[in-house]
Design a protein. Structure first.
Length: 324
């Protein structure tokens, strides 16, 4: 599209586009947008969708091992929500002119990323509590501002997603509360889960601001409203008191309240580990991708049946319209 515009038209279009962003307009799929805006939205929204779908795998591991029928039902409801979040986000992404098949191929080929957090194993039931409390808690911190993202379909998908995420976070925290009030062994399980999930949860917010290659432009385009470090800090400030309330200790000996800043100082994130996992060498990267590809292949007949049914329905409607 932009090749058709002459050199002097583009700057004017781009400045008018930025003026719309600055005026807090919502950009809709059919509106003119810079190619780079469209590309970075496809990048972020598709990786967000992939994260939702891959995120079901570590939790799925515990559906058959849940300690009670109630816990099983709650976990199933959460996993079902995550699938729905993935579908909203894939649909939002498709409005930018990419196909679902292309996005799925990019995930399965390893070309597209998903959140590093889902490449860690879930070793026991306390991990399911830690995931709900910390991972969904971090997701909420990151997703609430996305409800005000400049791209309409993304911000609207986020409003629905965030309503369900707060249930996810609460049920996770309730699991950790129950364990921390339980036997010595159960409290130890909860502390061990916090020890293993704390730092990977902080990594969910992305690299530090100085290492983030997309943040500046994403904030100018109001896709991102806050920087990675700002949201990470808010998450730490919100979560540390929650850990203390249930008698658990955050695994960071540099963590301390800074009265002057009115927030917590905390230790350096293990960035080598972060980039190692992002680059495919985490504990479960290979298994997650293999499980996703298998699930997709095994589900082929379901997609074909749904398409055949939809085609039949369309034919029925057509013939009804013709006969009227
Ligand atoms: N895992 C994997 N890759 C990550 C990452 C992480 N935790 N954090 C950053 N990256 C990648 C980025 O994708 C980018 O790589 P790319 O150019 O190949 O896409 C690179 O590292 C540089 O990072 P930037 O900070 O420059 O990139 P962004 O501006 O895109 O910021 C982000 C990263 C904060 C994750 C942003 O993309 C974002 O807010 N995404 C939407 C939210 C999201 O995807 N959350 C993931 C979890 S979803 C979830 O938890 C679901 C819940 O129900 C459990």
């Amino acid at each position: 599209m932009e090749t058709l515009l002459t050199a002097f038209q583009l700057p004017d279009l781009e400045s008018r586009f930025q003026a719309r962003i600055d005026a807090e307009d919502k950009i809709e799929p059919k509106d003119w947008m810079p190619e780079e805006y469209r590309k970075t939205l496809i990048r972020q929204i598709s990786q967000h969708a992939h994260s939702e779908v891959v995120g079901m795998l570590p939790e799925g591991n515990w559906v058959t091992r849940a300690p009670s029928l109630k816990r099983k039902a709650v976990l199933l409801a959460k996993i079902q929500d995550e699938a729905g979040h993935g579908l909203y986000l894939y649909s939002a992404c498709e409005t930018l002119g990419v196909s679902r098949d292309q996005l799925i191929d990019e995930l399965h080929s390893g070309k597209a990323k998903y959140s590093s957090i889902f490449n860690y194993p879930t070793l026991n039931w306390a991990d399911i509590g830690a995931i709900g409390w910390l991972v969904d808690g971090a997701a909420i911190m990151n997703q609430i501002p996305l409800c005000r993202a400049s791209f309409g379909p993304y911000s609207r998908a986020m409003i629905r997603v965030c309503k369900e995420e707060s249930f996810h976070q609460r049920q996770g925290y309730e699991i950790m509360l129950t364990l921390s009030k339980g036997s010595k062994e159960q409290k130890a399980m909860a502390q061990d889960a916090l020890n293993r999930w704390w730092w990977p949860s902080l990594m969910m917010f992305g690299p530090s601001d100085q290492d983030s290659k997309h943040s500046a432009q994403s904030m100018k385009w109001k896709i991102k409203r806050f920087s990675n470090d700002e949201l990470r800090q808010r998450f730490v400030d919100m979560t540390v008191p929650q850990a203390e309330l249930i008698g658990l200790k955050v695994p960071d000996d540099q963590l301390k309240w800074n009265e002057e800043r009115r927030s917590y100082d905390f230790g350096e994130i293990p960035w080598d580990e972060f980039w190692n996992v992002v680059n495919g060498n985490g504990p479960c990267n290979k298994k997650r991708l293999a499980d996703r590809v298998n699930a997709h292949n095994e589900g082929k007949w379901v997609r074909e049946a749904a398409e055949a049914f939809a085609k039949k329905q369309a034919q029925r409607t057509d013939s009804k319209l013709k006969s009227n």
